[in-house]
Design a protein around this ligand. Structure first.
Ligand code: MN
Length: 313
């Protein structure tokens, strides 16, 4: 009985955002919901950043920096960003398209918003790779033919995994889903995988969770075990759904690296900061040219030992 009450209580909960300044050329501020004191991951999603809406020009100028052990997922609602990386990719991303970068054992990349009219508005998610995949070769994928589904006032753009018969060809390493959802006023039902836990992020419009108003960029968390998520909206509303099988491994996340121990992180940091290595290309993170120029050094390690964090609680 008590367990039942606790589960009921935890069924859905609003994860608030916090403002984070990114270490970049221009002062980018993002709104982050994951990781969070209450919850470290949703499925394999271990980072959920929401940026903009802001003026497009100079909105994003992120010099070369490395990643390990994860995939970065970029999805825009407005604007254009150019991505370059050390596997040779040069790719402009526009709304409705997916940029998916698999860092695996190590990659570096830069991001530059195009000098176009209008606003920049989007999300960047990180997907943690399981231990068996985290040293995979780095790669990059751009998907512009994501399937869409329009039905009864609900429009789905699925950019990772599969939802309600609509799918994305993007390469996944664990079972997960990500989709943009546009709803006309009224009641809607999302049929979801009951093995997944989910988060619903508000992008624009009006969305309430159990009577409480959800703010832009906030994420409503839904435990696994549910095959339907009911959504009722009063105005036209845009949401992003993310979900996946609860992630079981402990992660050590520091700066742009995901590893399993303090020692591994230390080694990744040294490798990246060794400019000599990077200029000759004989290191883990490769080299590439871009318009941004230069690179972002990793900060000092903290004085405390970084430890693996279990994913919930
Ligand atoms: Mn990055």
């Amino acid at each position: 009985m008590l367990a039942g009450l606790l589960v009921r209580f935890f069924m859905s909960q609003i994860l608030e955002t916090r403002s984070v300044k990114l270490n970049t050329r221009v002062n980018i501020e993002v709104r982050r919901t994951i990781p969070n004191r209450k919850l470290r991951t949703i499925g394999a999603f271990c980072f959920v950043d929401y940026f903009g809406p802001t003026d497009q020009t100079e909105a994003m100028v992120v010099a070369a920096h490395p990643h390990t052990g994860l995939q970065t997922v970029t999805w825009l609602f407005e604007g254009e960003v150019e991505h370059r990386d050390s596997v040779g990719s040069v790719q402009v991303i526009k709304p409705g398209q997916l940029n998916l970068m698999t860092a695996g054992k190590g990659i570096s990349h830069s991001e530059l918003s195009k000098k176009t009219e209008g606003r920049l508005h989007g999300i960047q998610l990180w997907v943690a790779l399981e231990d068996k995949d985290r040293f995979t070769e780095p790669s990059f994928e751009h998907v512009s033919n994501n399937q869409q589904l329009e039905n009864d006032g609900m429009k789905l753009k699925v950019f990772m995994g599969e939802l309600m018969g609509c799918g994305s060809p993007a390469k996944l390493y664990s079972k997960l889903v990500a989709a943009e959802i546009e709803l006309q006023p009224g009641e809607h039902v999302l049929e979801v995988n009951p093995e997944f836990e989910h988060g619903l992020m508000l992008v624009e419009g009006d969305y309430e969770s159990e009577g409480e108003k959800v703010q832009e960029a906030e994420l409503v968390y839904f435990e696994s075990g549910q095959s339907e998520i009911k959504i009722s909206v009063k105005t036209k509303t845009k949401l992003v759904l993310i979900g996946g099988e609860p992630f079981k491994e402990q992660l050590v996340m520091w700066w742009n690296f995901i590893a399993r121990s303090h020692a591994e992180i230390e080694q990744m940091r040294l490798m990246w900061n060794d400019q000599q290595n990077r200029e000759t290309g004989h290191d883990n993170f490769g080299v590439f040219e871009d318009e941004v120029g230069s690179w972002i050094p990793a900060p000092e390690m903290p004085n405390v030992q970084l430890r693996g964090r279990s994913q919930q609680g």
